[in-house]
Design a protein around this ligand. Structure first.
Ligand code: WTA
Length: 649
């Protein structure tokens, strides 16, 4: 890594943390960061062993890391419980009566759960799980809105060793069904409904639809009453959360679990097939979620920390629930939309609760910019001290706006690059130590050996584009794809020899900073949500009118990427205008509203190579309105291109 960062500070657009910020931060200088990073890479046992000793272990590990590529075991022989680390240990300190979760519902209700209260709810609900025959190792699907009970459900699973799989509330019945089938979950925890922009999302109904006619593994459905909408209760299968809680007491010791015990499965899109169940385990995952919360957000007891992610995504797992609670921090949760009832809801919340650390996604930032600064100026945001960004590259302009308008020019911004698979933050600018460069995610976190390689797997020099890979195991890495070890090996550990392949393209500047360009596989990033082109193609293909479909992304000012579908209809079916909307709705039903194509273009054929492979590069160029470049000599039928290009909306 270059040592010339200081000398480049004269460059415009390099933002060094203020002296006051650095002085109060855990990591205070580049030199300190480098020294610790080097130790973490050269002596991972020492570095991570020291960090891990800040957690509570029921049995200490005998070995920090056992690595047989591509399988890692962290803290071999160690036993611990995630819920004990997030709750019980704080009850022995002054944090006992501190707010663990501050919650606001979309309609405006407010609740605060102290660590003691949250502990009590988790213990009781863990007893409800046991009462309903959930055992260590069972899979439990959670399909809930952003309410404290979602965190209670996750922590209660962790407490007894059940493996949770949270499904984002915006996914459809079909998506729930697929995840149940793959994970063989035995229980669903849901709510009657949840609020979104003033209306009620019928979550229980979606669960009913998912369970309708399948030989399901699901034995029980626990329903929390949130929105008061009418729901069907299936006798013998469905039970109410509040009734069940009446039968149990609040005594539930945390189960000692092996460090490699499966904590959760989270489904995410890949470049092929259906979403993959990313498997995370206990000790290593918790450690890195904890250590990144501590060092990257530099969390303090006085902080009111707000990560706006939904618990249905990995960011909600690591940075709404597990990381901040392991640190004993106060985590704010908001149920609804940022523009309900008006465009200033987030700023109202920051003002009201005096939020100090705010972590959101570039897609939200672009929406805020579009809505206009007047919504922000109405509120006092002076409590903020640190800002964060995650999920997509943030453009330098959006970074500057975030810095000036939200951060008042005084708050460092931590851009954080990571993935569902990495479990926790991997590349970032530690706020008191590393000067930020707008548009760049920064430098590797401790223990992360990230580099850029070319197609031959060789590390490239500064300013040369290539693939992001990680050459050493890290504690919160995925352990497998649930039920499919060969796919795990093939997807992540075969593309580049001896390294984890992240699927992103990037380059590093002369100071070693990573500039992430985005996915280089067939994964789209739409409004910060990961979607596989093959998944959307599959959804379109399941409509009776469709013979074949190809889906690509195109740049979108607001969402980062938009979805464009090229659709070939079955013989005899005429292109009719209503079909476009019908197909969009169909995708919404099969996957969820977030996957609906922005643009559907009907075609007589798709551009294919002579061997029958769809030429996506060409489709991307057409979708983005660009001229066709590069080699088309392998194309089977050149006339298709001309037709596709002229057939836009
Ligand atoms: C992208 C979200 C640029 C990247 C935590 C990655 C980013 C994918 C950043 C993972 C960032 C995430 N800058 N790109 N700071 N953070 N990405 O699994 O393409 O939903 O591969 O995890 O989001 O998305 P996922």
């Amino acid at each position: 890594m270059s040592t010339a960062i200081e000398s480049n500070l004269k460059e415009k657009r390099v933002f060094k943390p203020t002296k006051e910020f650095s002085k109060a931060a855990r990591i205070q200088s580049l030199a300190q960061y480098r020294e610790m990073w080097e130790e973490s890479i050269e002596r991972p046992d020492k570095f991570w062993g020291r960090e891990a000793s800040e957690l509570t272990w029921q049995t200490k590990w005998s070995k920090v890391l056992d690595w047989k590529e591509p399988y890692a075991q962290w803290f071999v022989g160690g036993k611990l419980n995630v819920s004990e680390n997030c709750l019980d240990r704080h009850l022995l300190t002054a944090r006992k009566n501190k707010a663990a979760i501050i919650w606001e519902g979309e309609p405006g209700e407010k609740r605060v759960l102290t660590y003691q209260q949250l502990h009590r709810e988790v213990c009781r609900f863990a007893n409800v799980l046991k009462r309903n025959k959930i055992k260590k190792g069972d899979r439990v699907l959670i399909y809930m809105p952003m309410i404290p009970e979602a965190a209670v459900a996750m922590l209660a699973c962790a407490r007894i060793g059940a493996t949770h799989s949270v499904v984002f509330g915006g996914f459809s019945a079909d998506s729930i069904r697929d995840r149940i089938t793959d994970s063989k979950a035995v229980m669903v925890i849901t709510t009657d409904g949840g609020y979104r922009r003033g209306s009620i999302v019928p979550l229980k109904k979606n669960v009913d639809d998912a369970l309708r006619d399948d030989p399901q593994s699901i034995k029980k459905v626990i329903v929390f009453r949130r929105a008061g909408n009418d729901v069907h209760i299936e006798e013998g299968r469905d039970v109410w959360w509040h009734r069940e809680m009446d039968y149990v007491n609040a005594v539930c010791p945390a189960e000692p679990l092996d460090s490699e015990h499966p904590l959760f499965i989270l489904y995410t899109s890949g470049s092929t097939g259906k979403p993959k169940g990313i498997l995370h385990t206990t000790g290593g995952y918790l450690l890195q979620a904890y250590a990144t919360s501590k060092y990257v957000f530099d969390l303090r007891d006085e902080d009111v920390y707000w990560c706006t992610a939904d618990i249905g995504w990995v960011t909600g797992h690591s940075y709404v629930v597990y990381g901040p609670l392991a640190c004993g921090a106060t985590s704010l949760m908001y149920e609804g939309a940022p523009n309900w009832p008006e465009n200033d809801r987030f700023w109202r919340i920051i003002e009201e609760y005096a939020v100090t650390v705010f972590y959101t996604a570039p897609t939200a930032i672009r929406a805020f910019i579009r809505w206009g600064d007047q919504w922000i100026k109405k509120h006092d945001l002076s409590s903020l001290r640190l800002l964060g960004s995650v999920g997509e590259p943030i453009s330098p302009d959006a970074w500057m706006w975030y810095h000036n308008v939200i951060g008042g020019g005084r708050c460092p911004i931590v851009d954080t690059w990571w993935q569902t698979e990495t479990g926790a933050i991997m590349i970032t600018t530690l706020p008191g130590a590393i000067p930020a460069k707008p548009g760049s995610a920064g430098l590797p976190f401790f223990g992360v050996d990230a580099v850029i390689v070319d197609d031959d797997g060789k590390e490239v020099g500064p300013n040369v584009g290539g693939k992001v890979v990680i050459r050493k195991p890290w504690p919160s890495m995925l352990r497998s794809i649930y039920g499919d070890k060969p796919r795990y090996k093939k997807t992540y550990w075969s593309e580049v020899k001896g390294a984890y392949f992240a699927g992103d393209g990037a380059h590093r500047d002369k100071d070693g900073y990573f500039l992430i360009a985005g996915r280089i596989d067939d994964v789209l990033n739409v409004a910060g949500h990961r979607l596989g082109t093959s998944e959307i193609e599959g959804a379109l293909g399941s409509h009776p009118a469709v013979a074949e479909a190809a889906v690509v992304g195109r740049p979108d000012e607001l969402k980062g990427q938009g979805v464009v579908a090229f659709v070939v209809l079955k013989g005899g079916i005429a292109v009719e205008p209503h079909l476009r909307e019908e197909l969009r709705q169909h995708v919404g039903q099969v996957i969820g509203p977030i996957a609906k194509p922005d643009d559907i273009r009907f075609a007589e054929g798709l551009p294919k190579t002579r061997s029958g492979k769809i030429m996506r590069r060409l489709l991307k160029e057409i979708a983005g309105g660009k001229a066709i470049t590069g080699d088309t000599t392998t194309l089977e039928d050149l006339s298709i291109i001309a037709k596709l290009s002229s057939n836009s909306d």
